[in-house]
Each structure stands twice: as structure tokens, then as C-alpha cells.
Design a protein around this ligand. Structure first.
Ligand SMILES: CSC[C@H]1O[C@H](OP(=O)(O)O)[C@H](O)[C@@H]1O
Length: 385
């Protein structure tokens, strides 16, 4: 089965249906911005970098299918701006979507004589995002593994880590961020064991991260979200490694719900807490985590689980794909609260690992993230849309 979340060639975009993993590995075609919006909104594709790339490429496919949309360069730019603003509304918390839209708008706004030139500029920029993300993640993996071995392992050459949600090839264009660090530790023979949480209610951990870890034969164990504090008390966990949907200028980090409590428990147990995030997840325009919009997901996603039956007479994990069911797991009439993310304050974070290096707090206890945006000594514009 494939770990490739996104399959693209000019004119076609197919994404793995992550609502069906790990039992079925099927791809769905994305033909235009509306398909892209719906796939992101329903979490057919999810993961901060992946949703930005799918949004950008969904519009790329639409532009390729509509070669004559907008007669002039200005009309073509207007179409692109309108579609990017629409796609931005699909999920509010991850900044990667806004970052990508801002970059794409700046690229197409440059002087162009014809509508075709505007389209070509857009296509090349969107396609480059798919390529750049994989290299960024491999750099995050390298820098993160080095930092953990130097600053958290206490001289050991093999470490035990805990991760939350899914931050791997299914959340990015490939390799992953936090899971990229785990891959780099494993490939460097520096991983003793990886623990992953289920990550209720979408179960990114039990369905997606576990799938990736098993697929690559990385030594790993699944725990429920409620086991994390006992694990850190009873097992020699070296570091907790998580991803990010939005890191603000002061280092506060929005990530999958449950991250904040992992950071509190890690602090209590003296376990290093590491955030892995490409600079496309850093929002220098938002000063602190208090200003991050937290997406509220439908309560139904908490109340039901969907999956195939265990095959009659089969082994415990043998599934009968002919009988996929939706099961209600809560009492009828109960209220629900389903925020998709929470915010971890910077004081609970030991390191923020990006593709450009690792940020740690200075003597004044603050992160200096602006250095990741300096170009020839000047703070590069970090404008968003
Ligand atoms: C590298 S993925 C970043 C981030 O996205 C996930 O959220 P979701 O599955 O709802 O898209 C999770 O918060 C990951 O840490």
C-alpha cells in the first residue's frame, strides 16, 4: 500500500483518501478548486503542509483544464486570486495554506504580458512547492535527530520518543516533519523505540502514524491518548516530538488537540518537548498563540467511528472490507466539544526544528524565529494574503 499522499502531474491530481486508511488505500481525483476545498474540509487530505500543497495544485489542475479562462493577464490574475481566497476558507488554523496563497499571489502579480504567462508562472510555483516540501522535511529530520542526540539523549546513542497525531508522509509531500525526525533517528540507528498516541477523535495516530511506522518497520508501540502521562512516568522517554499547524512569532504553537497536555506532562517529567515545523508553518505576523483561530470540528466526528468488521473466523486484525460500518460510541443526546487544535505556550517548548535549523530559547527565555526569514541581513517579507 502507498504512503504517497499526493500524486500530481500537470493536469491531474490524485490524493489518497485518508478517511479510509489504514484498511483501504484508494485515491480520489481532484479536478478543480471545489474538489480541493471539499477534500481539505472533510479531511480526506489533512496535515498542514499537505493541505497547502493540495490547495495550490487543485487550482493548478483547474487552470490547466481552463486554458482560456480570463482573456487578459489581469483577468487571469483575478481568477487565481478569487480561487485562492476561496480555498483559504477550507480550514483556518494551519498557516501553511495562507502562506502558500500569499506566495502564489505575489508570483502571479508580477508583470506579465499574457494570460498564458500568468498561468505558467502559477503552475511552476505550485509544482515547486510539492518538490520543496520533501527536501524541507528531510532537513527537519536531520536537524531534529542531531538536536535530540546532542541535547536530550544524555550521552545515549539510542533514544525513546513519543509523537502525537500524524506528521509523516500522509501529512506532507513526503518524509514528514515530526515523523521525519523519527525516520532520521531510525535510519541513523539512533532510535530505540517510538510511541505514538491514537489521537482521538480522527485517530491520525492509530490509523495513519501507526500505518507509516509499520510500513517502514520502525519499532513502535501505539498508546491511547490517556496513557501518555503514565508512559512518561514509567518509561525512559527521551523526547516528545510533535508537528505544528501554526507557530507564532513568540514560539507559541497550535497543533493537534492533546498536544498541550503532552507538553505539560513532559515538563513535569523533565522530558524534552520538540516542535517540528517547516518555516511555512511559522506565522511571524501573529504575535502569540492567543491570536490563533482554533478550528471547531463537527461533534459527530467524536460520536461515531467508521471501519470494517473483523472477518468472521479470521484473525483479530483480519478485516472484512465488504462490511464497513459506522458505529455510534456515545450516549444519544450528549453535548460535544470538538476543537481540532490547542495551543502550547512557548515556555513548554524546548526546541523548534525547521528546515533552516533549530531554534531554542535565548537567555531571556524567548525564541528568535525572525532569523529564519532573514535574506542578506534583511527581514524578508513574511506577508500573508
Ligand atoms: C505536518 S502536519 C502538521 C499538523 O497537522 C495535523 O492536523 P490535521 O490532521 O487536523 O490536519 C496535526 O496537527 C499535525 O501535527
Amino acid at each position: 500500500m502507498s504512503l504517497e499522499a499526493i500524486r500530481y502531474s500537470r493536469g491531474t491530481l490524485d490524493i489518497i483518501d485518508q478517511l479510509k486508511l489504514p484498511h483501504e488505500s484508494t485515491y480520489v481525483s481532484i479536478r478543480n478548486s471545489k474538489d480541493g476545498f471539499d477534500a481539505i474540509k472533510r479531511m480526506v487530505v489533512r496535515g498542514a503542509p499537505a493541505i497547502a500543497i493540495v490547495a495550490a495544485l487543485a487550482l493548478a489542475v483547474e487552470l490547466t483544464s481552463l486554458p482560456t479562462i480570463g482573456s487578459s493577464a489581469e483577468d487571469r490574475r483575478g481568477f487565481i486570486f478569487e480561487k485562492l481566497d476561496y480555498l483559504l476558507q477550507s480550514r483556518p488554523t494551519a498557516v501553511n495554506l495562507a502562506d502558500a496563497a500569499g506566495k502564489l499571489k505575489r508570483i502571479v502579480i508580477a508583470e506579465a504580458a499574457t494570460a498564458e504567462e500568468v498561468t505558467e508562472r502559477y503552475l511552476q510555483a505550485a509544482e515547486q512547492m510539492l518538490v520543496d516540501d520533501v527536501q524541507d522535511n528531510m532537513n527537519i529530520g536531520k536537524f531534529g535527530a542531531e538536536w535530540i542526540l546532542q541535547s536530550a539523549a544524555g550521552g545515549k546513542d539510542k533514544v525513546v520518543v513519543l509523537t502525537h497525531c500524524n506528521t509523516g508522509s500522509l501529512a506532507t509531500a513526503g518524509y514528514g516533519t515530526a515523523l521525519g525526525i523519527i525516520r532520521s533517528l531510525h535510519f541513523g540507528s539512533n532510535l530505540d523505540h517510538a510511541y505514538c498516541t491514537e489521537t482521538r477523535p480522527y485517530n491520525q495516530g492509530s490509523r495513519l502514524t501507526a500505518y507509516e511506522l509499520v510500513h517502514e518497520k520502525i519499532p513502535a508501540t501505539l498508546i491511547t491518548d490517556s496513557m501518555a502521562s503514565a508512559l512518561m512516568r514509567l518509561k525512559d522517554v527521551t523526547a516528545v516530538i510533535v508537528g505544528a499547524d501554526r507557530v507564532t512569532a513568540n514560539g507559541d504553537t497550535a497543533n493537534k488537540i492533546g498536544t498541550y497536555q503532552l507538553a505539560i506532562v513532559a515538563k513535569y517529567h523533565g522530558v524534552k518537548f520538540v516542535v517540528a515545523a517547516p518555516t511555512t508553518s511559522i506565522d511571524m505576523k501573529t504575535l502569540s498563540g492567543e491570536d490563533i483561530e482554533i478550528e471547531q470540528r463537527p461533534g459527530r466526528e467524536m460520536l461515531v467511528v467508521r471501519g470494517p468488521r473483523v472477518k468472521e473466523g479470521g484473525g483479530e486484525m483480519e478485516v472484512d472490507l465488504e462490511h464497513v460500518e459506522t458505529v455510534i460510541t456515545a450516549a444519544a443526546g450528549i453535548g460535544t466539544y470538538n476543537p481540532s487544535f490547542d495551543v502550547t505556550p512557548n515556555e513548554l517548548i524546548d526546541a523548534i526544528v525547521t528546515e533552516k535549523g533549530v531554534a531554542v530559547k535565548g537567555p531571556d527565555g524567548s525564541f528568535n524565529l525572525s532569523r529564519f526569514f532573514l535574506v542578506a541581513g534583511e527581514l524578508k517579507s513574511v506577508k500573508r494574503t
